[in-house]
Design a protein around this ligand. Structure first.
Ligand SMILES: NC(=O)c1ccc[n+]([C@@H]2O[C@H](COP(=O)([O-])OP(=O)(O)OC[C@H]3O[C@@H](n4cnc5c(N)ncnc54)[C@H](OP(=O)(O)O)[C@@H]3O)[C@@H](O)[C@H]2O)c1
Length: 272
């Protein structure tokens, strides 16, 4: 029986590359996409190239907790072997979702938190969860004000980094609560995707001077794919960071972060 993996943001650069690779390796892939038309175009492209690929497409909008819950309910009967939380954004400006959270925080952290907890709770031992973080995670700041930060505290890269750190701390909490699951974080490096357009005047310049030196999506997503494929062989129950330079345990500054449990509980309380 083939194993099933859920890939969020499967219509994006690295998401599509992940779906292609996993489907080629015989996984049954559930593409979780906010834009079904875009997702279907990606799916058709892969089906045309990978004979026998088993790829389903489902709607998931992380900026809507109702959408996340609907997605989880639709998966109720499925056996999920792996979850790749790949979707993410860098918002140019400050905005609030219908659920009342800052947009980047909900897309990159709160939505994945709800989704992951629902899936982790019914995964079999050995189930795999990989969360996409970033080089900038190390600059992130998570503290007890994280849900209260307003427009004044917002910055494009700063807020993005904070949300990636929140996702990493969540990964630690998850691994501690579900010791039979294999939880990893993956850092793709700097990748030539839509995401690196900052929506600023210098974008055209960066497209010429910077983009050609960025990793291709297939290369950027490779560490995350390794985290999925090597999960079985990993003896360690603790979270590992996969990147272009291999994989290693998380740094102590993350493992000893004082707000790991607070963040877990507070996110549950606020997103109830
Ligand atoms: N590119 C880099 O240099 C870089 C570096 C470090 C980390 N990352 C991380 O890598 C991951 C993939 O990024 P990428 O570079 O492949 O960028 P991308 O091409 O922009 O892909 C992002 C994906 O996330 C999806 N998404 C955005 N908002 C969503 C929402 N509300 N609900 C569901 N899906 C949503 C997008 O959907 P649409 O297709 O509908 O837009 C897209 O499929 C992200 O988590 C990003 O933070 C990227």
């Amino acid at each position: 029986m083939s194993r099933t993996v859920v890939v969020t943001g499967a219509s994006g650069s690295m998401g599509a590359a992940a779906v292609r690779s996993l489907a080629s390796d015989g996984w049954r892939v559930i593409m979780a996409c906010r834009n079904l038309a875009k997702g279907e175009a990606v799916r058709q492209g892969i089906l045309a190239d990978v004979p026998g690929a088993d790829i389903a497409l489902m709607k998931l909008d992380l900026t809507s907790l109702a959408s996340v819950r609907k997605f989880c309910a639709a998966l109720e009967e499925e056996r999920i072997d792996a979850l790749f939380n790949n979707a993410g954004i860098i918002s140019r400006g400050y905005s609030i979702t219908a659920d009342g959270f800052e947009n980047t925080l909900q897309t990159n952290y709160i939505g994945p938190y709800i989704l992951t907890r629902a899936i982790a709770g019914k995964m079999n031992p050995g189930g795999v969860i990989v969360n996409m973080v970033s080089l900038t995670t190390r600059y992130g700041k998570v503290g007890r004000d994280i849900f209260e930060r307003g427009e004044k505290q917002f910055s494009q890269l700063g807020t993005y980094s904070d949300t990636k750190l929140a996702l990493l701390l969540f990964s630690i909490a998850l691994a501690r609560r579900y010791p039979t699951l294999k939880v990893s974080v993956a850092d793709p490096g700097i990748v030539n995707s839509n995401m690196i357009s900052m929506g600023r005047w210098f974008d055209p310049l960066a497209d010429v001077l910077f983009r050609p030196f960025c990793r291709k999506p297939e290369k950027g997503v490779a560490p995350a794919l390794k985290a999925i494929s090597q999960a079985k062989e990993r003896a360690s129950q603790s979270v590992e960071l996969f990147s272009a330079s291999g994989h290693r345990p998380l740094a102590k500054r993350y493992l000893n972060h004082p707000d790991i449990d607070w963040l877990w509980d507070e996110t549950a309380r606020l997103s109830h």
